[in-house]
Design a protein around this ligand. Structure first.
Ligand SMILES: Nc1ncnc2c1ncn2[C@@H]1O[C@H](COP(=O)(O)OP(=O)(O)OP(=O)(O)O)[C@@H](O)[C@H]1O
Length: 424
């Protein structure tokens, strides 16, 4: 098991990871998610003893990595697939790692077979494609047949066959009782691979729960309703009746309606009572991607301005803040994001009403939220709005202790060594 307690890492005045506590348990694939720059790699490096925490600690099986007896046999890691000597043949690269850890040469050939590189084992890795490099990094991680495995973006650059292979590999490693901790930005892939999720934003814990619970906590099911295309007035009639009955109705691009707050049989009864025929009435559950986007929306540091224009970012009413995640909690009652509107802002909330996606006010209202992004153009005092956001950077509660300044390059190196960030 990996256990982090109050893990904090500062680089000068930049807080990369702040007060992070979590456990990664054996027998499951635990996904590690967060927007760009949220501190995933920094956390992994601290787990592997490549960076020293500014405060807090992290252990593997009860030991800090550097004090683990025979660490390369217990922990395997893929942090940066490019961190290999390109002039060396793949097999020689693995052989040198094996020799350093007292691992027999036959294991090198075994792992080359496992990752499918046996035919190119004698080729120099500098000629490898991105995907072949990833496979070599995974082979290095598997070399010591370790109980604990960390993978930072393992499917990066892999083709669909390779992605499927990694998915099955992760699952089978976990099924053997190993601890598998894997970061990824590919939500659809994580939904298929991970059992449990740890989500961070701006270095802090946003969520620690099963994939199923994460989706349930950060989204709500909705019903899709379609009335006959040939009679648009029926759609308006039904939308009015559903709203009157307490439903929350959003138009969809194809002319359908997205309804929350009413059970399917009730929607059917209302349609019947108002004399509206239905062409569709179907239940829907948000995807992991939708739930993740909703959870992390307030903790994204780098966002394209084009995304907003194209509707890839959810539209908000003028002046409103993005929904604010609450560390360690889900956000019950949030609905799956609606499709991008066809121009205009059809979902604008009325002052004093819940947000356009059914968010019942700002989650965690009254609690300072370190993740909310400042929206400089937003007026802060209009009624019915989320409260003003605190500064974008998480504010450290205490001044940094000079005695705990970031350490210099560590001596220990995991199975797939990387250049320690501190040493750069
Ligand atoms: N050696 C360093 N010196 C200064 N700042 C650093 C250093 N390493 C990381 N950071 C900063 O710490 C923050 C977290 O970076 P990190 O690489 O851990 O994020 P990440 O979640 O892995 O991002 P990505 O998903 O883009 O890989 C970033 O703001 C980054 O710029």
């Amino acid at each position: 098991m990996i256990e982090a307690v109050g893990l904090t890492k500062r680089y000068g005045d930049k807080t990369a990871v702040y007060n992070l506590s979590f456990q990664v348990r054996p027998g499951a694939v635990t996904g590690f998610l967060g927007p760009n720059g949220s501190g995933k790699s920094t956390t992994m490096r601290m787990i592997l003893g490549l960076d020293n925490p500014t405060s807090g600690h992290v252990t593997i099986g009860g030991y800090p990595y550097r004090r683990l007896p025979n660490a390369p046999r217990q922990v395997g890691a893929l942090l940066d697939a490019k961190a290999v000597h390109g002039g060396r043949a793949a097999r020689n690269h693995l052989l040198s790692l094996a020799q350093l850890s007292g691992i027999p040469a036959r294991r090198v050939d075994e792992v080359l077979g496992v990752v499918g590189l046996q035919d190119v084992a004698r080729r120099r890795s500098k000629g490898f494609s991105l995907g072949m490099g990833q496979r070599l990094g995974i082979a290095a991680a598997l070399l010591g047949d370790p109980q604990v495995l960390l993978f930072d973006e393992p499917v990066n650059g892999l083709d669909p066959e390779g992605i499927l292979w990694v998915r099955n590999l992760m699952k089978s490693l976990a099924a053997e009782g190993r601890t598998v901790f894997v970061s990824s930005h590919l939500m659809s892939e994580m939904a298929l691979t991970a059992d449990h999720l740890i989500v961070i934003g701006r270095g802090q814990l946003l969520s620690d729960m099963s994939v199923k619970d994460f989706i349930a906590a950060n989204s709500a099911g909705f019903a899709r309703v379609r009335t006959p295309d040939t009679e648009p007035q029926l759609r308006e009639k039904l939308a009015g009746a559903l709203t009157e009955a307490g439903g929350h109705v959003l138009p969809e691009q194809d002319g359908g309606l997205r309804v929350t707050g009413l059970a399917l049989p009730r929607i059917s009864d209302i349609a019947h009572d108002t004399d509206v025929r239905l062409w569709e009435l179907s239940p829907h559950q948000a995807s992991l991607e939708e739930a993740y986007m909703r959870m992390t929306q307030g903790a994204v540091d780098y966002r394209s301005t084009v995304d907003q224009k194209e509707g890839l970012q959810q539209p908000l009413p003028p002046g409103a803040q993005p929904p604010m995640p609450v560390p360690g909690q889900g956000q019950p009652g949030w609905y799956a994001p609606p499709p991008p509107p066809q121009g205009g802002q059809p979902y604008a909330a009325q002052p004093g009403q819940p947000g356009p996606y059914g968010a019942p006010g700002a989650p965690g209202a009254g609690t300072p939220n370190p993740y909310a992004q400042a929206a400089p153009q937003a007026p802060q005092t209009a009624p019915g709005q989320a409260p003003a956001a605190p500064p974008a950077q998480p504010a450290p509660p205490a001044a940094q202790n000079p005695a705990q300044a970031p350490a210099s390059a560590p001596a220990a190196t995991p199975a797939a060594p990387t250049q320690p960030e501190d040493a750069r």
